[in-house]
Design a binder for this molecule. Structure first.
Ligand code: 0PR
Length: 365
């Protein structure tokens, strides 16, 4: 490190130069994150130095984390749901499988995930020593629930379904998975990291939450469609005992036990997540989601007018297409099957979609 410190103006011109190298959000069509809502930024700054890892020192912040869990629990049809704020979908998914493993007390446990599962499940299985069994998808890229029972054996500790898949934006048949989970008495985790902040605000949406009796836990990420600052995820569980199964003693903290994965945890982004929900309410969230869905359909129609067909019809604001030329500086992403993927996040305004369509039309004419 430097022997003597650098003057602030020099330092910040260096930092600003680096920041300019980042891609402008006006061209980012590949991301499930977005520009945070201004109230999230304001709340984040207010709670910048708070640490949820030692909640006894920050009882006000900690009560806001509890309120966030309560708000999302009600949204997911279980007002008394327990949970806490994680660093995002990866941590929530690891914790869900950790709970399932703990509760099962199996020595060689396996879990069943759809082929479309996010790669965080690979990390979770690796860390937890779980065998990962993959269920195939149907022609619409949804988990084929009919194939799940044949993958279950006496060592299966969890089934995972995804509500809003990363690549194709579809919702797995969570209702059918709930029935299977109840029949076999197996933990069912729903990864709604993306869809959890979209589906409840749509006029008609497939069931994916605690209204289905077999659903044991849900992951949802305010730092995706919840427009909070990063990092903000939430894991919710049906039964308080599920989280208690992960508790460890924390002898010198202001609380005596914790069940989180991270120790030190930011309050800023968590309060940011709550601030967005409180400020917008259901109506405001529904307006944002409706706008994103309108843009998704406009994009699909526009691309198909150029002869670039959709790969599938999504349930949420993720559009996928047959491959086509994408001119710079646009940033799209590509699925494992080679489809072009565009996420119509709140920062991807209608005018951005029109400019993108014009550029695509010109370069694929
Ligand atoms: N579950 C699902 C369904 C996800 O889509 C993601 C991330 C996760 C879990 C993991 O969440 P965290 O990344 O918060 O731990 N999905 C995005 C993806 O892989 C993450 C992302 C976001 C990637 C912004 C790129 C990007 O620019 O596509």
């Amino acid at each position: 490190m430097r022997e003597k410190g650098q003057p602030e103006d020099l330092l910040f011109s260096f930092l600003q130069e680096k920041r300019r190298q980042d891609i402008n959000h006006n061209y980012i069509l590949s991301s499930m994150c977005t520009v945070p809502h201004p109230v999230a930024v304001r709340a984040h700054v207010l709670f910048m130095e708070t640490n949820l890892g030692d909640p006894g020192l920050f009882p006000g912040t900690s009560s806001l984390e509890a309120l966030l869990v309560e708000r999302i629990g009600s949204l997911f049809h279980l007002p008394g749901a327990c949970g806490y704020a994680t660093s995002g979908g990866t941590e929530s998914n690891i914790q869900a499988l950790r709970i399932a493993k703990c509760l099962s007390r199996l020595s060689r446990p396996n879990v069943i995930v759809p082929e479309s599962a996010h790669f965080s499940f690979q990390k979770a299985c690796d860390i937890l020593g779980l065998e990962m069994r993959t269920a195939p998808l149907d022609s619409g890229y949804r988990m084929d629930a009919g194939e799940v029972p044949s993958l279950i054996d006496q060592n299966t500790c969890a089934i995972v379904g995804v509500a809003g898949t990363t690549e194709y934006g579809v919702v797995d048949p969570i209702g059918a998975l709930s029935d299977i989970a109840l029949d076999h008495d197996i933990f069912l985790h729903v990864d709604a990291a993306f869809g959890g902040m979209v589906l409840p605000f749509m006029e008609a949406c497939p069931s994916f939450d605690f209204s289905l009796p077999g659903v044991s836990s849900i992951a949802v990420d305010p730092h995706k469609m919840g427009m909070s600052t990063i990092p903000a995820g939430v894991i919710l569980v049906r039964d308080r005992e599920f989280l208690s199964s992960l508790s460890v003693d924390t002898p010198y903290l202001s609380v005596k036990q914790e069940f989180t994965l991270s120790g030190t945890r930011p309050g800023g982004s968590v309060v940011g997540a709550l601030a967005v929900l409180e400020y917008l309410g259901r109506e405001g969230m529904a307006d944002i989601v409706a706008g994103c869905m309108k843009n998704t359909w406009r994009l699909i129609d526009g691309m198909e007018a150029f002869g670039i067909s959709r790969a599938t019809t999504p349930d949420v604001n993720v559009a996928t297409f047959e491959p086509a030329r994408v001119p710079p500086p646009w940033r799209v992403s590509w699925t494992r099957k080679g489809h072009m993927r565009i996420v119509c996040m709140p920062h991807v305004h209608a005018s951005i979609i029109e400019t993108f369509l014009k550029d695509i039309g010109d370069s694929n004419a």
